[in-house]
Structures are given as C-alpha cells and as structure tokens.
Design a protein around this ligand. Structure first.
Ligand SMILES: NC(=O)c1ccc[n+]([C@@H]2O[C@H](COP(=O)([O-])OP(=O)(O)OC[C@H]3O[C@@H](n4cnc5c(N)ncnc54)[C@H](O)[C@@H]3O)[C@@H](O)[C@H]2O)c1
Length: 441
C-alpha cells in the first residue's frame, strides 16, 4: 500500500431528507435558500460552491481521473434539502429577502411561492448580546435551560413535520458582542448549572449550539461569536460524537487577504502595512456599528495576516507590520459592500511599493455558497463518524477553530489542499503531496 493511501472509511449513505436549520434568517440565510431553490428549478447555477462545481484530482496526473467532488463523496442532493430556522422578526423568507435587498425583484417574484412558505420559529434573544436590534419574535422562558429545551422541542417538531432523516445547523444570525470564555464555560457541568441559573455569560448562540449538540446535530458558526470555542460545548460535542466547525464565513476582504498574503510570503516580499476599510449598509453593518459587536469581528479579521505571514519566522519582512481594519455603517450601500485595501509592501534592497484594492463586493452572494458547502460537508462528516472540531473545513473561515495548542491555518491554498486530501483519505485514495517522486527513481 502507498504510504500516503487514505483509509476508505465506511460512509453512511445520504438517504432521505437533510434539514438545514438556520438561527438567523437575514441576508445570508435567505440568499442561500433562494439560491438553492433557483438551482433546483434550473434558473440558476451553483457558482462559488465547491461541493457543486468543484473537481478533485485522483492518482497520478497521467491517470486523468478528475471527478466532481459531489460524485466522489456521497453528499446530500439539493433536491433532498429542506430549510428551517429562527429569527428575531416574524417575516417569512420572502419578506426577509426583500428587506435584505440582495436579490433582484425578478428573482424574488419568481421564487415567492417557495420563500413565503418558510417562516422562522421564535428566537432566543438577549439584548445584551446584540445591542442594535430589538426582537419582536422571541421566546419567553423561566431560565436559559427552559429556553434551550424550547429550542430542542422546535428541532424535534421540525424534524418530524418535514420527515427529515438528518439535520445540520448553520448560525447565520447577527454578530454578538465580544466575549471570552468564563467560569460557566469551563466544563459541561458548569454550563448546565449556568443554564439553570440563567448565567449572564451564556449567549443566545450558545443556547442554540447546546440544543443542537444535545440532539446530535452538527453545528457551524458563521459569525465571529465565541459560541463553541469553550471547553463546555466542545466537551458536549465530543461526548455526543458531533462534528463542529467555525468561525465567521470567509468572504470579501478576508478572502482577498488569504489569497494575496500567501503570495507575498512565497516570494519573500516584505509588508510594512495593510490598511483595510469597508463601507456597508445592511443590517449586519448596523449591528457592527456597535463597538462591542465590532470587537468580535475585528479580532476575527486581524488574526489572519499574523498567522499567514509568521512574523516570528520572518521578523525583517513582517515583524513591524501595521494591520488596521475598519468597518463603517453606511446605509446607501445596502448589502453591496465596498472594501478598500492599501498594502505597503517592500522588495529588493528595501524599496517600497503599494498595492490598492477596491473590491465592490456582494457579501451575501459570496457567503451563500459557503453555507451550502458547510451544511453538506458537515452532514458528510457526521455520516463518516467524524466528531469534534473539523479543521479540514478551515477553508471556509476567517477564524478557523483548532484543537487547543494548535495555530489555525489561514492560507487558502493550504486549506484547500487539506480539504481535498481529507476527501481522498475518506475514499481510500492516495493523498496528493506534489512530491516529484520521479526525480529519485
Ligand atoms: N455576509 C457575509 O459575507 C458574512 C461574512 C462573514 C460573516 N457573516 C456573518 O453572518 C451573519 C449573518 O449576516 P447577514 O448579512 O445575513 O446579517 P443580517 O443582519 O441580514 O441577518 C442576521 C439575522 O439574524 C437575526 N438574529 C440575530 N440574533 C438572533 C438570535 N439570537 N436568534 C435568531 N436570529 C437572530 C437577525 O434578526 C437578522 O435577521 C452575521 O453575523 C455576519 O457577521 C456574514
């Protein structure tokens, strides 16, 4: 057997329906749902989705074996997906998508019959965690434990009503205020006591995550929220054998950073500074206008360059870099964010150069295929018996979760190699190392 051969894992087939549960049914979630339905109706293509359009090379280059990923590993079919979720507002997915202003009137009119059937369940909300929004569609409960039990009841009822075989949960809700783990997060027992006592350090997103993990449902965290990054919830994921992944979808500016920075480092070009600023006018932008929610986002965005450029290994090139990230709420732009980057680099003999990027991007258009891929890959992971943090999905995250003591991998190209090698491993194929073994024969 080749030393790099995969394992050929026993994968449970993707039979029956897959329910995708979305806490937060705003711009990203409704753009995702509308896109999947448009693809199913043949009026759109799954552009930007690795699970739908990506291929994977197998064996030697001369073997000419490059199947589609969705034909190589058994993923749920788009036809088998059903959607559910929760939101602070009672608007159905059609109304919410209209409000979000991402998709055209033509697209929305065409999909209205479908979108208007998807109504959010009542949310778990705490104003302390999202200062800029006030819920009109929230649960009442005697304690946070009671709220968690209500979410578990919602999940069970949804599964039964829709006849789902399996479920996955992808957080598409707002960015919560910045929090680091506290005593209540130190163990599952402490967390469960905290639910009982309605400990203020337990965020709404953690109540959804707890409910999902209790029910054995994989959870992906699309926001920079602390949520799963706690010993308590990781303990629960391990105990129940559930895969988890996060955090913060890697879309616009950070996607660009993780494409460009590996190139600078590969060519050993220095970076003196990287100034990034954004104007954004959607509800996400409004929430991020609160300094405490922005802090969560800032921490998530800032880590990227540090980890890719490794200033401790290249102090002369990256040891003195100034990295600044700003987001300004500017309503006229709606969901069509504009992100500027000014990058001060230096080359041979220290001569300075500048690169300017002006990315007129559509945030939710970039995020929607990520939600789809994560849901399908997390469902696959569970059917493969994988549990705990899924580092092979780092490709999708601004701030990838890692096992304790490990640094996250941010380089998009290494992330993609890791993802594809994981798929090869699962199917018993040779891992691709790019080693030119022929030189040594
Ligand atoms: N769009 C992107 O490219 C992108 C990239 C990375 C991360 N994100 C993150 O994804 C999330 C969603 O982004 P969006 O543009 O759709 O924002 P949005 O404001 O349009 O939607 C978020 C929705 O979550 C709801 N919500 C907030 N707290 C909730 C709770 N406790 N329970 C249920 N619903 C709740 C809000 O009512 C809102 O409808 C945000 O956290 C954002 O930071 C988005």
């Amino acid at each position: 057997m080749s030393p790099t051969a995969g394992k050929n894992v026993d994968i449970r087939p993707a039979t029956g329906k897959l329910g995708i549960l979305l806490p937060g049914m705003g711009a990203v979630a409704t753009t995702f749902i509308a896109g999947v339905e448009a693809i199913r109706r043949g009026i759109s293509k799954p552009i930007g989705s690795l699970t739908q359009k990506g291929t994977i090379r197998l064996g030697k280059r001369t073997d000419a074996r490059t199947p589609l990923i969705k034909e190589f590993v058994p993923l749920a079919r788009l036809e088998d997906i059903v959607f559910g979720g929760w939101d602070l507002f009672p608007d159905d997915a059609y109304e919410a998508a209209k409000e979000a202003g991402v998709l055209s009137k033509e697209h929305l009119d065409e999909l209205k019959d479908f979108l208007s059937t998807i109504r959010p369940m009542t949310s778990v909300f705490d104003q302390g965690y999202v200062k800029k929004l006030t819920a009109t569609h929230a649960k009442k409960g005697r304690s946070k434990r009671d709220l968690a039990e209500q979410v578990i009841d919602d999940i069970k009822a949804f599964k039964k009503e829709k006849g789902c075989d399996r479920l996955v949960m992808v957080w598409c809700g707002s960015t919560e205020v910045y929090r680091s783990p506290s005593a209540v997060h130190a163990s599952l027992a402490a967390f469960e006591r905290g639910l009982e006592e309605s400990d203020a350090e337990i965020a709404p997103s953690q109540i959804y995550a707890y409910a999902a993990l209790k029910c054995g449902i994989p959870y992906a965290n699309g926001a920079p929220n602390l949520t799963l990054d706690t010993p308590a919830l990781l303990e629960l994921a391990r105990k129940n054998g559930v895969p988890v992944t996060g955090k913060d979808f890697k879309t616009g500016q950070t996607l660009m950073k993780t494409i460009l920075a590996p190139g600078f480092k590969a060519r050993l070009l220095g970076v003196a500074g990287w100034y990034s600023t954004n104007i954004l006018g959607n509800r996400d932008g409004e929430v991020l206008d609160d300094p405490e929610s922005f802090k969560s986002k800032e921490v998530s965005k800032l880590g990227v360059l540090e980890h890719i450029l490794q200033p401790h290994l290249y102090p002369e090139l990256y040891g003195n870099m100034h990295h600044v990230v700003r987001i300004n709420y500017y309503p006229p732009r709606g969901d069509n964010k504009e992100g500027w980057d000014n990058i001060d680099i230096f080359g041979w003999m220290g001569y300075p150069m500048q690169i300017k990027i002006d990315f007129l991007c559509r945030d939710s258009i970039l995020a929607a295929p990520i939600v789809l891929d994560l849901a399908l890959f997390m469902d696959l992971a569970q059917r493969c018996g994988m549990s705990g943090i899924q580092e092979w999905l780092s490709f999708y995250w601004k701030s990838p979760m890692t096992a304790e003591g490990l640094y996250p991998e941010h380089d998009l190209f290494i992330q993609l190699m890791k993802l594809k090698n994981t798929l090869r491993y699962l199917r018993g194929e040779d891992l691709i190392t790019h080693l030119g073994a022929e030189y040594y024969d």
